[in-house]
Ligand binder design. Structure first.
Ligand SMILES: [Zn+2]
Length: 122
């Protein structure tokens, strides 16, 4: 003992540091006392992939075109609320754009612009 802490001066005095060391020791002993099965069970209980997916699904919004997570659902709702307050009724095309990531939105806009200018005779 002592050799490890020598580089960190004053840290040993810090109660939070001491608590951290204590917690790590307890956690290490606890984990070492568990069998692989128990450990696996614990890990599964703490966070399953399904939980993660549900959290992602709940918090993040997926691009409807490429499937990339690009913003939060909260942000989308904020935009929708802001627009429904300023504009009465939604332009369906605009509404679709909200559900696209910036990359897909740009591509979509370019395509629509190209499509729209095709019909114009200059
Ligand atoms: Zn996209």
């Amino acid at each position: 003992m002592g050799t490890l802490a020598q580089g960190v001066t004053g840290q040993e005095e810090n109660p939070i540091y001491q608590l951290g060391v204590l917690l790590l020791q307890v956690l290490k002993e606890l984990l070492l006392s568990l069998s692989n099965e128990e450990l696996g069970f614990l890990m599964e209980k703490v966070v399953t992939n399904k939980d993660l997916e549900e959290i992602l699904e709940f918090v993040l919004a997926q691009c409807r075109s490429c499937g990339k997570y690009y913003t939060t659902k909260r942000a989308i709702n904020d935009v929708l609320t802001a627009y429904s307050e300023s504009v009465s009724g939604f332009d369906e095309e605009f509404k679709e754009m909200i559900y696209l990531c910036p990359d897909c939105r740009r591509r979509e806009l370019t395509e629509r612009f190209a499509e729209a200018s095709k019909g114009e005779t200059v």
